[in-house]
Every structure is written in C-alpha cells, then in structure tokens.
Design a protein around this ligand. Structure first.
Ligand code: SF4
Ligand code: SF4
Length: 439
C-alpha cells in the first residue's frame, strides 16, 4: 500500500496514539527518513497489562498492520516488549514479527527510553524520535491502524480496571462510556475512601469521582485509597509543594540521580529546577526549560527518589504550562550526548516499584471480559493532541455506530471522532457530544 493511501485511511478512521497525549497517527506516518517502525509493547506502569493481552491474542492483525506501515515508511518493523511477556513474544514471532525483548524496569514504555534500550539511539533534547529515524506507535494504535485499513473507524478502546475493585478485568469499551461503568462491571469499589485514576498510578490523572468518560487514550481505570502516598502526592497543590521545597529541599541531588531522562543522557537536572523555583528571585530560563524535557515519569518524587516528600515532576508540569501559556519556544543547543555510566545500576525494576507503592496486593490476573455494554456515552471533542474537533451533528440527529460526528477545523492538527454507539444525539456543546442508544 502506498504511503498516501495509508495516511488517508488512518486520518479518516481518527486514529491517535492510544497511550500518552493522543498524537494523531496520520501525521506521524508522514515522517521521512525513517528506518525503524517501533511498536511499543512495553507498557511499564504498574497494574497495566492490556497491551500484553492484545499482543498475545491479536498477533496476526498487529503484525500485518505493522508490516504495512513499515513498508509505506520504508522501514523495518520491530515489536519492543518486556522479556517476561513470553506468550506475547511467541505469538508475535509465530506471526512473523521481529521481537526485541527488554529488561522489566520503569519507565521502559517512555519512547525515549525504549529507543535507547532497543536500538541504542539517544533522542536529542528538543528532538523527536523521527529525528533519529524512528516512528513509535503503541500496540493499540497499531490495532486501530489495522481496523482503519479495513475501513473501520476508532469507536472503542481497550480499558483494564484495577486496584481496589472486586473483579479486575480488561474490557472493550465504547468511547464515552464512564469510568463508573467500568468499575461497576468490575464488581465495584472495595475500599471506603477511594480516588480514581485514568491511566497508570505513576502518570495517570487522579479524580475524586468516577464520572469521567473513557477516551481514545484511556488505558486503565484504577481505584486507589485516598490516603495512599500516590494520591497524596498528586493532590498536593503546587504552591504548597514550592513552599515545602523552600523549607526542606536540601539539594541532595537524589531526584537527578534517579531521573530516567537524565540517566539516558538528556540534559535535565530536576534538583536545579527545584533550586531555581524555590530559592532564586531571577529565574534562570536555561534551567527552567529543562522542565520541557521531563517525561513526567514521577521517579524523582517521594514515590521513589526524594527523601523530603517533594515532587519535582509536579513543578515541571507547572513550568510546562507556563511556557505553553506564554508561547515561549525553548531552544536546546546541539551537543554530543552519552548515557550515564551508572545507568544500569540505577534502573528501578518494576517489581520493586510495585512493592514500594504498596500495589503488589493488587497485582492479579486481569482476564478479558468482553464488550462493556452501555446505553449512553459522553464523547469528548478533544481527546487527542491539537485542536478540539468541531461537531458535525446537532441535538436530535440519529446516528449509526461508526458515523463521523466531529472533525478537526480546516488545516488544524487533530483527529476525527466517530459515534461509538447507534442512537440519538441527546446534547451537544463545545466540549462533548452525548449519544443515547435507541430502541
Ligand atoms: S531529591 Fe528532593 S530534597 Fe533532594 S534535591 Fe531533589 S527535590 Fe530537593
Ligand atoms: S518526572 Fe522527574 S524523573 Fe521523570 S523525567 Fe521528569 S524530572 Fe526526570
């Protein structure tokens, strides 16, 4: 298949990166000078194993789609996963894939880390994987590309439930189903005072209630105790964090020595960012822009590194927001990069992270439980990187599953959105479309 036809099929189907920020896949597939198409099956967050199940059960579709994409890019397809995913590796190899198996540490699924681990290439500061000849898509994205090549738009996503629920499971959920419905289908909450996480415990979004919709980037819905260290770190206001940093940051450097990006040779030193934010009146812009190199993996915080209960990650998020709001574009001088000589000794095995976070009690088998049946969905118009999609339907319209109901404004970066169930448009506003099943 030619590249133009592939890009057009993927664009029409509304495929976005299923992990992370939801970058529109058709844009990535236009990259030039690519030699490797890396399928990211490393899924490194504790309690997330949906991609592992997909690789084991849908290998022929994944391999076929990866080969089609790689051929269009002029690249070689490689599936990158953890050594312990033996069943998935065997299924992929049987379907003809090249598999690269890596050690099980966190955050292996960060594409910068995965590219180093798998290919031995460092993505320079301010650059993208395509600058080192690599396009990375995660497993579910590739499955959605397979669907797009058959003319099927993205209407559902694979979501696992975990943590303090009675019967954790993996579901195929319509976009716009609520996290509450995923939890109810998992037997309900088993603790008295929970918080809800959209994603993994280290990098997911924490919420006080489960009435938020599943989107194209939702990989898991977790339930955790409100008084857990994880929830407390996420919910502390950044202002409070900075006040605490003034009192207690001892500049011990532990956050930098644990930083996953620093260890792979990237010029980010969270202890220096903390110093300039907490203590310096004239903030050094060169230091602040280091925050833009942060993957938000959370290893620098009290969850792993900081002995004083701080979270440089939360501070970095705030700096990123300020840079965005003020339209400041960073510039990173080109320089030779090399991996830290002690990196191998500082890697954090996933099992140790799970134990440290008190999550090993939730580490159970997550069986596939089929389709999540719902009667109403709330579909967000922005569930991808770029501009929100503009609605193509009005209240009272009747739609079929798979109809395109919203599309990006002319010329803007974004992705099309399709009805995840057949029914009536109950309401539309600037942020969401509510569909109700008919009959
Ligand atoms: S680890 Fe904590 S106390 Fe040490 S420098 Fe980093 S933020 Fe400060
Ligand atoms: S969250 Fe912390 S450890 Fe992770 S990349 Fe950012 S600064 Fe480094």
């Amino acid at each position: 298949m030619g590249r133009e036809s592939l890009v057009e099929a993927v664009r029409r189907a509304g495929v976005v990166g299923s992990g992370g920020a939801g970058f529109p896949a058709h844009v990535k597939l236009q990259a030039k000078g690519i030699d490797t198409y890396l399928v990211n099956g490393a899924e490194c967050e504790p309690l997330l194993e949906g991609d592992r199940a997909l690789m084991a059960s849908r290998a022929p579709e994944l391999v076929s789609a990866a080969e089609t994409v790689a051929e269009a890019l002029g690249a070689k397809p490689v599936f990158a996963l953890k050594e312990k995913y033996r069943e998935a590796a065997e299924a992929l190899a049987k379907a003809g894939a090249t598999v690269a198996a890596s050690r099980d540490y966190y955050p292996l699924g960060d594409e910068v880390i995965l590219i180093w681990e798998t290919l031995g290439r460092i993505v320079p500061e301010g650059s993208l994987p395509l600058d080192v000849g690599v396009v990375v898509n995660n497993v579910e994205t590739v499955l959605n590309i397979h669907g797009a090549l058959q003319g099927r738009p993205v209407t559902h996503t694979f979501v696992s439930s975990g943590g303090a629920v009675a019967s954790p499971g993996l579901f195929r959920a319509p976009l716009g189903a609520s996290a509450r419905e995923v939890i109810e289908a998992s037997g309900g909450v088993t603790i008295p005072d929970p918080v809800y996480v959209d994603g993994g415990p280290m990098m997911g979004r924490y919420a006080d209630d489960p009435d938020f919709p599943v989107t194209k980037t939702t990989k898991a819905i977790l339930v955790l105790p409100r008084d857990s260290l994880l929830a407390r770190m996420e919910q502390m206001p950044v202002k409070t964090m900075l006040k605490q940093a003034r009192v207690s940051c001892c500049q011990c450097n532990q956050c930098t020595l644990a930083c996953s990006r620093y260890l792979v040779g990237i010029g980010i030193e969270p202890h220096r960012i903390m110093r300039t934010m907490a203590f310096e009146e004239t903030r050094n812009r060169e230091v602040l822009q280091m925050a833009l190199l942060c993957s938000e993996c959370n290893l620098c915080s009290a969850l792993h590194a900081c002995p004083m209960g701080l979270s440089p990650r939360r501070v970095n998020q705030q700096i990123k927001k300020l840079f965005r709001e003020e339209g400041i574009r960073p510039s990173f001088p080109q320089r030779a990069l090399s991996v830290h000589p002690l990196r191998d000794y500082r890697l954090l095995p996933s099992s140790r992270l799970k134990a440290r976070l008190g999550l090993d009690k939730y580490d159970v088998e997550v069986p596939y439980r089929g389709e999540l049946e719902v009667t109403e969905v709330t579909i967000l118009l922005k569930q991808h990187a770029g501009a929100a999609a503009a609605t193509l339907v009005a209240s009272g319209d009747v739609v079929a599953e798979g109809d395109c109901i919203a599309a990006p404004p002319e010329g803007a970066l974004g992705a099309r959105i399709h009805a995840s169930l057949g029914g009536v448009v109950k309401s539309v506003d600037g942020q969401r479309i509510v569909l109700s099943r008919q009959g």
